[in-house]
Write a protein that binds this ligand. Structure first.
Ligand code: NDP
Ligand code: 8X3
Length: 254
């Protein structure tokens, strides 16, 4: 029987690459995000290119009711979710904490922590009932070490790290695996979002080094999922070759 993976934030970057790869590997997909046209386009492309079936759910993870309604709306054939990839997330702004934009903080906290919790709260009971499943939480090197001006974004990813550990503790006796994938710099729409559409600033983040590509993380997620049933990868940190940790990056010519 084909497995079902629900991927949040599949309209761009890591989520989109993961959706495409898991479809190739034999999963049916529930893809979510706020941008409906992108969801529809991705569904069409994946269904044309692979045997996968794709169900789209448009919602904002910050909106608790919308999350609940969307997941309650799943037809019966889509309810037995085998894999949850908690990927939707973002950084907004990069400034010292005493100069930070409080609206930006709220957006990060509401998306990266509360949104992840709302989705998990709806999906986990089914996994517990069926005594199988795998949750992959996308945290970050920013959830392992704090870097200058990263403050609240880092705090949200430290929270994801803590929730990942909590989930593993509380699901281990229910046959559900839990893994965190912690990437360093990945060139996606992430920096464009962080710098509120400033393409020049976004480009500078990756100057003089080769960042990871979304596909690199999709392949790590596939590696995690394709281990034998008795094996659980607890967490995995993956950076570009030029990145030593969350804040030390070697740039050519600098
Ligand atoms: P992108 O900006 O390319 O993709 C982010 C995805 O999250 C989009 O699909 C977006 O969909 C979705 N999303 C954001 N906010 C919401 C929301 N409120 N409700 C629903 N969906 C939302 O970034 P990445 O692919 O790089 O980021 C994916 C994850 O990886 C994030 O959790 C990020 O923190 C993490 N990460 C990224 C790294 C990087 O360097 N790129 C490194 C480490 C971790 P839409 O806008 O359509 O709603
Ligand atoms: C995203 C990577 O280093 O920009 O989590 O925070 S970083």
């Amino acid at each position: 029987m084909r497995k079902i993976a629900l991927i949040t934030g599949a309209t761009a970057g890591i989520g989109e690459a993961t959706a495409r790869l898991l479809a190739e590997k034999g999963y049916d997909l529930i893809i979510t995000g706020r941008r409906e046209e992108r969801l529809a386009k991705l569904k069409e492309e994946i269904e044309n290119a692979t045997p996968a079936r794709v169900h789209t759910l448009r919602f904002d993870v910050r909106d608790r009711r919308a999350v609940e309604e969307a997941l309650d709306s799943l037809p019966e054939a889509w309810q037995a979710i085998d894999v949850l990839v908690n990927n939707a997330g973002l950084a907004v702004g990069l400034s010292r904490i005493y100069e930070g934009e409080i609206d930006d903080w709220e957006q990060m906290i509401d998306t990266n922590i509360k949104g992840l919790l709302y989705v998990s709260r709806k999906v986990l009971p089914g996994m517990v009932e069926r005594r199988r499943g795998h949750v992959i939480n996308i945290s970050s090197t920013a959830g392992k070490e704090v870097y200058m001006n990263g403050n609240v974004y880092c705090a949200t990813k430290f929270a994801v790290d803590a929730l990942n550990k909590a989930m593993r503790l509380e699901l281990v006796d229910h046959g559900v695996k839990v893994t965190s994938v912690n990437p360093g710099f990945v060139e996606t729409e992430f920096s464009l979002v962080r710098f509120k559409g400033d393409t020049e600033k976004a480009k500078q983040v990756y100057a003089g080094m080769e960042p990871l590509h979304a596909q690199d993380i999709a392949e790590v997620i596939w590696f995690v999922l394709s281990r034998p049933e008795h094996v659980n990868i607890n967490e995995i940190i993956v950076t570009p070759k030029a990145q030593a940790n969350a804040y030390y990056i070697h740039r050519e010519g600098q």
